[in-house]
Design a protein around this ligand. Sequence first.
Ligand SMILES: [Zn+2]
Length: 319
Amino acid sequence: MTTTLGTASASPGEIETGRLEVGETRDGSPFGLPVAVVNGADSGKTLYMQAASDGDELNGVGVIQRVVPRLDPAEISGTILIVGIVNYHAFQVAEHRNPIDDTKMNRAYPGNEGGTSTERIAAATFDAATRADLILDLHQGSTSRMLDEVRVRCGKRHRHHDQCLELAKAFGCGYVLDQKGPDGQLARAAPDDGIPTVDPELGGAVGWDEESIRKGVEGVFNVLRYYNFLEGAQPLETQTRARGFEQYGAPAGGLVTLRKELGDRVRPGETLFEVTTPFGEPKAEVTADNDGIFWRARRLPQVATGEYICSVGTDIGEY
Ligand SMILES: [Zn+2]
């Protein structure tokens, strides 16, 4: 059976690319999101994946750019639907939010086809995503520095929590944040429609980080093997799972020096960072409240009072 997404139509054993039209730009020309359909020679599940829902998160675009040329439809059982760049307008200007309406895409799901620019794109991609049995929404910690991890966002009490967690484990990547996300995330909205969804967070970079992209490519192939799109056993590996996430801000303005590296174990009372004047005079020292793992940190050293510095994953376990 032919499978179609936007202008891309692929028969079994074929791969096609095209555009998913979602409206017009300011000059009145139609625009579409780049899409690919990989229709496996044999039947099986359907996987949906997308990248650049946040327009400055480019590692996912790098993953798809490398994964697709390696896919041979003759060897695939099932279908893969891909939207290569979701946040079209934000991607054009390398910004996080859609500049047309200054909105974050990953707060707009399931979207509204007659709504704002962001809501329309969310609705079009949600329609495509909910045709699938599994969803990978490729993100990263924006331009901050962050561990490579996978997020389960539906919340522990959700009826599909276990399947989301299984998908996260299949993806691998070493770390999982299992914490209910804010309203409007694809990884929250799609499980409500019965579809296991995870949000791999592939590091944090300005541009492309090759190591994070490599882990993302590996994660996608892990999922393809685990769910039998591709042949080959895919054993589940142990991951470090955090169930809480604590953010730390600057108690004073100045220059920040971090005292932990990403992935470091953090104990209560240990110093996370110090703030000094431009002349190195100490102003503040901030220590960890709880046990955890140093998970994410700002990139620039200068901070104003209250500005974000770092995050610690808490309630840690090995699974
Ligand atoms: Zn994101």
